[in-house]
Design a protein around this ligand. Structure first.
Ligand code: ADP
Ligand code: TRP
Length: 321
């Protein structure tokens, strides 16, 4: 089963990214033929600083390898290392009605937030369709905001296949309904855009500072506390097994401890959970040539598949070679 996903190289990763997306990828690499790439062409739609994009791309590679993406299990590469995707993007543009793109929520959302409407932002879903169709992807795990893009991919593929027969495989999207939204420091969804994140690779001092800012009620130290409505508990829960969880619940209901204690406990949990990832990250940061080699090996594998597919596509549309 080929499962494909693209990740935007958009800077520091937070606990929401980890528990909402990355953990599922680690799981998928164990049980499927996972194709996972850094969507650096997509990032060009919003990032116009060349140095920053290069740095973010390398950083994303380092972060994902450190968090457990295993190049022996998954095919892991940078989108721009397989240029065929841009050729397919152009060919698919001819099968993409304007009305389809005009209905895209993510485009409308971005423009309504004041982001300048340019062509790459508008045609973003066609590039995403090319990513998916180039590799005969069967399943595309996405967040809810990306479902429409996979549906558009199917629409484009159907139009193409109407003209040329069964050339493109129709993908299915997969949304993990079990994945809960991770709350941020203020209790609303943790997100870079809300400035309420706990970053995975911050320093211990930054982590302590961040956890100390988690919003709680003002129940006095001695009194019992309601863990169900507590943001500190909601985050701690992500790291605990059932025995540890009931022990924490007891501490809440017993009283005698303040939120400061629970915050310090949470900070310790997060710090030790990512200990191995931090060590790997320190290693890869010192050995970026190894990271580049890993991306190259992944790109070779992806490119072989892309070349085969493009031969077939060029042939039917009439591009002579
Ligand atoms: P941000 O909101 O910080 O910009 P992204 O939109 O880049 O995060 O999210 C990347 C991935 O991480 C998506 O698949 C998204 O569903 C997941 N994700 C982000 N924040 C959370 C959260 N608070 N809870 C669960 N999943 C999240
Ligand atoms: N658009 C996706 C996002 O913003 C990233 C992405 C690019 C992607 N190409 C893809 C995801 C192909 C899945 C399949 O998160």
């Amino acid at each position: 089963m080929r499962v494909l996903t693209g990740i935007q190289p958009s800077g520091a990763l937070h606990l929401g990214n980890y528990f909402g997306a990355i953990k599922q990828m680690l799981d998928l690499q164990e049980k499927s033929d996972l194709f996972i790439f850094i969507a650096n062409y997509h990032a060009l739609t919003s990032l116009k600083d060349g140095k920053a994009l290069k740095a973010n791309t390398l950083d994303a590679a380092i972060n994902f390898l450190s968090l457990g993406i295993d190049p022996n299990k998954a095919t892991f590469w940078a989108q721009s290392d397989v240029k065929e995707v841009l050729e397919l993007y152009w060919i698919l543009s001819g099968y993409t009605p304007m009305g389809l793109l005009e209905r895209a929520h993510s485009y409308k959302d971005k423009v309504s937030k004041g982001i300048a409407a340019n062509h790459s932002l508008f045609s973003y879903p066609v590039l995403m369709a090319a990513d998916i169709l180039l590799y005969d992807s069967q399943i595309v795990p996405v967040g809810k905001d990306q479902i429409q893009h996979v549906e558009m991919t199917r629409d484009i593929a159907i139009k193409f296949n109407n003209d040329f027969g069964d050339i493109l495989k129709l993908p299915e999207f997969k949304v993990d309904e079990d994945v809960a939204t991770v709350p941020g420091l203020d209790g609303t969804k943790m997100s870079k855009s809300y400035g309420n994140t706990i970053d995975i690779f911050c320093t211990e001092k930054e982590l302590k500072k961040a956890t100390s800012k988690i919003v709680t009620d003002s129940t006095p130290m001695e009194e019992p506390k309601d863990f169900l409505t507590c943001n500190v508990y909601a985050l701690a829960k992500l790291f605990l097994n059932s025995d540890e969880l009931s022990a924490l619940q007891d501490r809440y209901t017993k009283g005698g401890e303040g939120y400061g204690h629970f915050k310090a406990y949470l900070s310790g949990l997060i710090w030790s959970y990512f200990e191995e990832a931090r060590a790997k990250r320190a290693y890869y940061t010192e050995h970026t040539d190894e990271v580049m080699d890993i991306l190259q090996t992944g790109a070779h594998k992806a490119k072989r598949i892309a070349e085969e597919k493009m031969k077939m596509i060029r042939d039917v549309v009439g591009i002579y070679r």
